[in-house]
Design a protein around this ligand. Structure first.
Ligand SMILES: C[S@@+](CC[C@H](N)C(=O)[O-])C[C@H]1O[C@@H](n2cnc3c(N)ncnc32)[C@H](O)[C@@H]1O
Length: 263
């Protein structure tokens, strides 16, 4: 009888390969096959052995090249073929990543699987910009929300609950809806001049940041012509970025390479 393979649901972090966990790097380096999302950076995929199959199954907003059911079936069939499968997802597999849905299907099919957490985009992007997500006197908590609804249904957010200036709000997948989100928050009492940091391609050599006020973030983000993933950090903690805009607490891989070349 054929040996059963395993599936590792691995968080690839926000982009910089230096932000992978040791476990993630080790598993990628030993994979027979890597099934990866669109947001997994080429630098991270380069860690897979040259012999490993790489299968892209990424989804772009409003485009679903490989339906979720097909991804699930693919993972099951690769494991039934006896392969060691790394299912690589941007950030953390359990934060807006549908990792739990894949886990459900794999467990249902009797496939041994394991979760390897990753640095979620909120944490990576905030740390790289020198913005703490909580800070005594500025934010006593943090909330992660998605700005994207299933099948493009209207946004259904708990506006009254979210409009709390003592809590940092991080919006994932909000590039198309940030204007609506900002208006909803202001309508429910959030100060119009609350600072917002938009981070595009955070922790990669392509990173761009935009500092705005809540009442003009939609217009300015629209003008910025971002390409790639964008995350919005809304709250008083962003005032710390205003004081120190160049801060890079997590150094980008590109900076380290540049420094090494000049050493
Ligand atoms: C489908 S969600 C996946 C989130 C991922 N599982 C995580 O934990 O970060 C994709 C969203 O994550 C955010 N994101 C992921 N990587 C990012 C990055 N490097 N820079 C900015 N935003 C990022 C963006 O808001 C993007 O639209």
């Amino acid at each position: 009888m054929k040996r059963l393979g395993r599936v590792f649901l691995v968080g690839a972090g926000p982009g910089d390969p230096e932000l992978l966990t040791l476990r993630a790097a080790r598993l990628i380096g030993a994979a027979d096959v890597v099934v990866h999302d669109r947001l997994v950076s080429p630098e991270v995929l380069d860690l897979a052995p040259a012999t490993a199959r790489r299968i892209p199954v990424g989804k772009a907003p409003r485009r679903h090249p490989v339906p979720q059911e097909e991804i699930n079936a693919l993972l099951v069939s690769l494991a039934l073929d006896g392969l060691t499968v790394v299912r690589l997802k941007g950030g953390d597999p359990f934060v807006f990543g549908r990792g739990s849905e894949e886990l459900d299907v794999l467990r249902g099919a009797g496939i041994p699987c394991e979760i390897v957490p990753g640095v979620t985009a909120a944490q990576g992007c905030a740390a790289a910009a020198g913005v703490p997500l909580t800070h005594r006197g500025l934010a006593g908590g943090v909330r992660y929300v998605t700005g994207h609804c299933r099948s493009d249904l209207p946004l259904e957010l708990d506006w009254a609950g979210l409009a709390d200036p003592d809590t940092t709000l991080v919006v994932y997948m909000g590039a198309a809806s940030i204007d609506e989100i900002a208006s909803g928050l202001i309508a429910h009492g959030m100060p119009a001049d609350l600072p917002v940091l938009a981070v595009n391609n955070g922790t990669t050599p392509r990173e761009r940041r935009l500092l705005a006020r809540l009442d003009d973030v939609g217009r300015r983000a629209g003008q910025a012509g971002f390409s790639g993933p964008v995350l919005f950090i809304i709250g008083r903690v962003v005032s710390l970025y205003e004081q120190c805009p160049g801060a890079l607490l997590v150094r980008l891989a590109a900076d380290i390479e540049r420094e090494a070349a000049h050493a």
